[in-house]
Design a protein around this ligand. Structure first.
Ligand SMILES: Nc1ncnc2c1ncn2[C@@H]1O[C@H](COP(=O)(O)OP(=O)(O)OP(=O)(O)O)[C@@H](O)[C@H]1O
Ligand SMILES: [Mg+2]
Length: 311
């Protein structure tokens, strides 16, 4: 989000004036628990919009915003995040976008929602994909970003798999762009107790040979240097409708985790990246049975997924 745009909104310009980004064409609902929608905005570009108060959980919009801004500032490839206004007339005119809940349909409120700039074309042969086959991971020109994103997700205790979009560039290679940060920061509930986030991409072959101690040290040092300066500016413009958790508790958990990042990364290595010494008794293949050192060949992932599918 352009901070200036957001501040203008806070200064109560008409919420849907041309001075700020607003949706002017509804295209379709997207898959997923948050029931996001694809729209075209008054800048002529397309956005996947996560609506305020969506069924994905209470702090999802704040997480999306903080995750996309922090990752971008740290040099990781992420879809650009912006505030985007939906007016009452837009919402009333498109009942398809209303939330579908077990209890019935719920109308979203007008106001500022979170928009993720659509990566690539919305239709046609150049549409981007979320799926990557093991045989194509070597075509990803910026594949090393998966290591940095993994480490950022360890810090943020990301509670979901890491999602990414792959788009073809002019030389027919693939570029990765990370999306969906709604479950970073301890998940929608900002919970740092219990479950340590795993946050690996479902296609484990993308991590093949990425783990180098000096690269890991580089990212940790970068995070520990830059995040303390970045956090206040990322948090300051958050709309109060985008979260219901305790912001100062969140910041103190994140600050504490930043200091302990080497130790958290080490715990993650033992849990996730190195092969576990003890296979489960039923020999089923689990994530913890794989490590970066095992992920040398594309076939590994197929075996992992076959194992999951038949488990
Ligand atoms: N910036 C983007 N560019 C292109 N496609 C996107 C972008 N953001 C989201 N999408 C698409 O919209 C879908 C839903 O987005 P997202 O994963 O953020 O929502 P979600 O409700 O959290 O979904 P889920 O619960 O399934 O993870 C994604 O699976 C992806 O296909
Ligand atoms: Mg998602």
């Amino acid at each position: 989000m352009g901070l200036v745009e957001f501040c203008s909104f806070e200064d109560s310009l008409h919420p849907c004036s041309n001075a700020i980004l607003s949706a002017n064409k509804y295209i379709r609902k997207m898959k997923g628990g948050s029931q996001s929608i694809l729209v075209r905005a008054n800048d002529g570009r397309h956005y996947v919009v996560k609506l305020m108060d969506n069924p994905g959980g209470p702090n999802v919009l704040a997480n999306e915003y903080m995750g996309s801004l922090l990752a971008k500032a740290l040099g990781l490839p992420v879809a650009e995040g912006k505030g985007i206004c939906l007016s009452d007339s837009f919402i009333d005119g498109h009942p398809d976008l209303w939330f579908e809940l077990p209890s019935g349909v719920r109308r979203p409120n007008q106001g500022m929602h979170f928009g993720s700039l659509f990566v690539g074309q919305t239709s046609g042969a150049d549409r981007p994909t979320e799926y990557i086959s093991p045989s194509r991971v070597n075509m990803i020109t910026n594949r090393e970003a998966f290591l940095g994103m993994y480490l950022l997700d360890v810090w943020a205790n990301h509670q979901d798999n890491r999602q990414a979009i792959f788009r073809r560039n002019s030389t027919n290679e693939l570029e990765v762009c990370f999306i969906d940060h709604g479950h970073m920061f301890g998940g929608p509930e900002w919970n740092f107790q219990g479950n340590p986030g795993s946050a690996l991409h479902l296609e484990l072959a993308v991590y093949t040979d990425l783990w180098h101690d000096e690269q890991v040290a580089f990212w940790i040092s970068r995070f520990q240097t830059m995040i303390p300066e970045l956090l206040p500016s990322v948090v300051a413009p958050l709309a109060s409708e985008w979260y219901s958790g305790n912001l100062s508790e969140l910041l103190s958990s994140l600050t504490d985790r930043l200091l302990r990042l080497p130790e958290l990364v080490q715990a993650g290595v033992e849990r996730t990246w190195r092969p576990s010494q003890q296979k489960s008794t039923d020999e089923s293949l689990r994530l913890s049975d794989f490590g970066i050192h095992d992920l040398r060949t594309p076939d590994t992932r197929s075996a992992f997924h076959r194992g999951r599918a038949t488990a």
